[in-house]
Design a protein around this ligand. Sequence first.
Ligand code: BES
Ligand code: MN
Ligand code: MN
Length: 477
Amino acid sequence: MAPQLDGFFAQVDSLSDHFIDRLRKAVAIPSVSADPARRPDVVRMGHFLKDELEALGASVELRQLGKQPDIPSLDLPPAILARYGSDKNKRTILVYGHYDVQPAEKSDGWATEPFDLTVGEDGRMFGRGSTDDKGPVLGWLNAIEAHQKAGIDFPVNLLMCFEGMEEYGSEGLDDLIEAEGKRFFADADAVCISDNYWLGTEKPCLTYGLRGCNYYSVEISGPGADLHSGVFGGTAQEPMTDLVRVLATLVDTDGKIQIPGIAEQVAPVTEDEATLYDGISFEMETLHESLGSKTTIFEDKKSTLMARWRYPSLSIHGVEGAFSAPGAKTVIPAKVIGKFSIRTVPNMEIEKTNELVYKYVKEQFAKLGSKNTLKVYAQHTGKWWVASPKHWNFAAAAKATERVWGVQPDFTREGGSIPVTLTFEQATGKNVLLLPMGSSTDGAHSINEKLDKKNYIEGIKLLGSYLHYVAEEPMSE
Ligand code: BES
Ligand code: MN
Ligand code: MN
């Protein structure tokens, strides 16, 4: 029987300004996990969520996760564990999200203040974290509130786990999830994560796979201090020269990873899988729009989706210690740290991949015959995850999507990573579903990140109705 949802939907609509205000308050807290100077703001964001949840009647614990491994003087922000409802006759759903955000400065090229939610006439709501992941996290709180105000019984017991270090590799959270798998999370019947995006701008999707992410540093040092290139140029071996030569050997222009042994670990394409891409609604045009250019490696949808979902990729992110300001400084940097990451896929193994990377980087450096010193190490690693979408958790989400958006969702995988997804699956032994709120043009991690008002408001309805459908869905599959 289809759940009665009209009262809930009407309540969400009438509370929409209030919900946008809540998002505005959250965006105003610059909870940038990568910036040690912003750590108090990340903690403040955690407390904001705790207060909001308690005001809604949830019981909330802040869990300290210890110190940050690479900066031992710095406390990690707390994980929030919350429970709303404990009715033995209801199912229990565990949801996860993150309250930290990527860095953002107006000077990066934002058209508006990044931490000041700016709602345009067209309904686009600009602000750092609007789509990744504050909008979706607040979606769960808003769904609770709309039920209360509409006087509708909440359909499930809701367990919530919100963290403040996701954008930095979910430092410290794996241990907590493993420890709580059979304690705080013990009652969970299924898991839902809202922290990804539609593939395009029109069609909703349900997501059953993510790539993993291994993040590496290559450090090259030699001189004792930065040097004058007029005095020392031509007489000293330069770390930056060595580094760009090493980085240049990692990947080619068409994205082909040059490290031997990586491609060999990738699961072959089965016949079933090969037929699945044609049915996915995905336009190269929309991709070009979100990319902001037409510089794609592939011209066709299938190769593009496969490259994003099921093949590994290697990206070079930056160089710490390099001269990067405008102008023309004639410096020889004494020590530079190149940063790159590999997105991993089935059946790549973290340790094996690390060993292949270390070996290759060291070999490439050795070929240079440089007297400088090289170190290569992983900053963080996170596993890939692929689940079965043939599960009642997905069936319920599909019905909710159809109810709210009037279309059947595509079943998709994604190229991004949420390091704890597999940890939740393993620690609870339950099915994990990714249920996105935002769309492909939201620009997570980019300048002018936004969430469309329509996606936020309908997304709240989606999360709420998912809980109704998942409460009723037969558990058979
Ligand atoms: N929300 C993203 C993950 C994501 C991105 C899912 C795109 C699906 C599509 C998440 O906040 C994120 O950015 N994760 C990081 C993890 C990394 C630091 C290990 C990422 O993917 O870079
Ligand atoms: Mn996210
Ligand atoms: Mn992110």
